[in-house]
Write a protein that binds this ligand. Structure first.
Ligand SMILES: [Mg+2]
Length: 323
């Protein structure tokens, strides 16, 4: 007997290596049954990625699988939560095996890396859209929130910024790059690495945190508005990859870091007394971290470049939106 459309799709999500002991019942019933550990809070997040909006048309299915889960894990990381479970809702124009197989393998490779078990899913026929809900756990009261920044705190970011935005420029034909440079920027666009271990290590240290999905200006903007503070960013301190530096002017890099998004790095604040502790903590993380600004009492986000107020050309933040 031929497999039905839904049996066919289910086939690709049956074979996962992660089998968590806290999954009482996984895929296959009306609900999954999960046993959260005592003394922990559940952290839940959901993200939908639409073709042509959140990833360019033509993105490889393995990259879509990776990125969809990475976006959700990045939200858990920003709260200092440890990822545990995920559910998937998939809208597909056509249940095409040559799409489903690499999509599932991209998704599961990242899930395995973080010990995440897929515990449920749904599929519908429609324009390509991937919705992932991820759940994690965090010790009660210890989650990193957006609203805890205090005037005088330092603003840090992990990794390098702007690479994914430049990668998107390459995909859309707005820039050209040598093969090696293009490869590294496209990897940042298509295969973001959620800073899960870094986020968990910041529990009890960071006063506020967020992941950089919409660009540093917007995401730091969320921290300061939730905290009732302002902040100044020192643009000369922003961390950039050598690939990005080889391809862009300084002003373009600032625009990419502040506005392009998709970096999935963390932005967090810490009191000045913890600066050394943070720098020591990040010695064990390959992505590193950089102090890029300060939290202030006066509201608003202020940009500063080598001691001089700086403003981007009009539209700088939104240049990469609505491709
Ligand atoms: Mg987020």
């Amino acid at each position: 007997m031929a497999l039905s459309e839904f049996e066919l799709i289910a086939h690709y999500f049956e074979h996962q290596r992660v089998k968590r002991p806290d999954v009482i019942l996984g895929i296959g019933d009306d609900c999954a049954l999960l046993q959260p550990p005592a003394g922990q809070e559940l952290a839940l997040t959901v993200d939908t990625l639409l073709e042509g909006v959140h990833f360019p048309i033509g993105t490889k299915p393995a990259d879509i699988g990776h990125k969809a889960l990475a976006a959700s894990l990045s939200d858990l990381a920003a709260m200092g939560a440890e990822p545990a479970w995920a559910t998937l809702s998939l809208a597909l124009p056509d249940p095409d095996e040559s799409w489903l197989e690499p999509f599932a393998s991209g998704l599961f490779a990242l899930a395995e890396q973080h010990g995440v078990q897929l515990v449920g899913g749904d599929t519908v026929r429609g324009p390509l859209a991937v919705t992932i809900q991820a759940q994690g756990t965090v010790p009660a009261g210890a989650a990193l929130r957006r609203g805890g920044a205090m005037p005088g705190d330092l603003v840090f970011v992990t990794g390098t910024l702007g690479d994914a935005g430049a990668g998107l420029d390459l995909v859309l034909g707005r820039r050209q790059a040598a093969e090696e440079t293009a490869e590294s920027l496209l990897a940042r666009l298509n295969r973001p690495e959620p800073r899960v271990a870094e986020g968990a290590a910041l529990r009890g240290i960071a006063s506020a945190a967020i992941d950089i999905s919409d660009g540093l200006a917007a995401d730091l903007g969320h921290i300061i508005s939730a905290s009732g503070t302002g902040a100044t960013l020192h643009l000369e301190a922003l961390p950039f990859s050598s690939a990005l530096e080889s391809l862009t002017s300084e002003e373009e890099r600032f625009a990419l870091a502040l506005g392009a998004g998709d970096d999935y790095e963390l932005c967090f604040t810490v009191s000045q007394t913890r600066r050394t502790a943070v720098e020591r903590l990040f010695e064990r993380f390959a992505c590193g971290c950089r102090c890029v600004g300060t939290v202030e009492e006066a509201p608003g986000l202020h940009l500063n470049h080598n001691g001089t107020p700086f403003s981007l050309p009009a539209g700088g933040y939104d240049h990469f939106r609505g491709q």
